[in-house]
Design a protein around this ligand. Structure first.
Ligand SMILES: [Zn+2]
Length: 281
């Protein structure tokens, strides 16, 4: 059940092709029998959770993944961070990666899975157990490769209605001086067709930042809508992949963090976990 190190691990990029072949053949025999309930407490005792977080841009996936990783004591592994970390290292792979990124090309699945494997292996050597993946997998192919590398217990798909996502993106502001992120959108969407309404309070800047706010050039309604439609098109097959394996947990965020966090813990059977933690603190 443990992570990657059960398979022979490549440490250099040149070893990827044979490794990749081994991974894809392993995935063909992977079992599809898991159920989409959150890990039982016995799982949590024997090893950390091995979860994936999905969600469209702007949904707050990184925030929830990071909070849960703190709560559960497992690393929050974001693909973007892995790439940035590798780029800052001076390895053969980082030179190759820099070339790809500088040419504006997409980083291949093989490179990302290699970085992820390296990260999981290093973590395990440090005594880490479990993980929450954020930003990977993005495609069915990546999911199949991942299946050959490690077991995924649960895939949490965070969702917000499109209107809320658009308003949230349009409300984003960054302080041009200190770089802090704020959100000036005050979201109040009425419930419809039996679905509950959604309220999200703005995150207003302190006075010393208020006069220095900038809006990202690509946070326009047209760009946000386009980003969402690209995401939806790509993510639906991936969601179906995990749904068919009984691993997908759909979670409609009921609002901002204050409303959503307790509900998310409830959906993940973690309310007790947090109570124990706060009692121990
Ligand atoms: Zn500021």
């Amino acid at each position: 059940m443990a992570a990657v190190s059960r398979l022979a691990q490549p440490s250099r990029l040149s070893t990827i092709p044979s490794y990749f072949k081994a991974l894809t053949s392993a995935s063909a025999s992977a079992s599809a029998s898991a159920s989409a309930s959150a890990s039982s407490s016995s799982d949590l005792r024997s090893r950390g959770v091995q979860w994936v977080f999905l969600g469209c841009p702007g949904v707050g996936k990184g925030t929830y993944a990071s909070r849960l990783s703190n709560l559960l004591g497992v690393p929050h592994i974001a693909t973007g961070d892995l790439l940035r970390h590798e780029l800052s290292a001076k390895t053969a792979l980082s030179n190759q990666l820099a070339e790809i990124v500088n040419q504006g090309k997409l980083v291949s699945d093989e490179i990302i899975i290699t970085l992820l494997s390296k990260r999981l292996e290093t973590g395990e050597a440090r005594g880490e157990s479990g993980f929450i993946l954020d930003g990977f997998p993005r495609t069915i192919r990546q999911a199949e490769i991942l299946e050959g590398v490690t077991d995924i217990d649960l895939v949490v798909n965070l969702k917000l209605p499109e209107q809320a996502l658009i308003e949230k993106c349009l409300g984003r502001r960054i302080c041009g001086q200190c770089g802090k992120n704020f959100n000036v959108a005050s979201i109040n969407i009425k419930g419809e067709d039996g679905k509950p309404g959604i309220s999200m309070a703005p995150l207003m800047p302190p006075p010393h930042c208020a006069s220095k706010l900038i809006t990202r050039a690509d946070d326009t309604e047209a760009v946000v809508k386009e980003r969402l439609s690209v995401y939806n098109e790509k993510s639906q097959p991936l969601e179906e992949f995990y749904r068919s394996r009984g691993k997908l947990l759909e979670f409609d965020l009921p609002g901002g963090i204050p409303e959503s966090w307790p509900k998310l813990l409830e959906a993940l059977n973690l309310e007790e976990h947090e109570e124990k933690l706060s009692a121990a603190a």
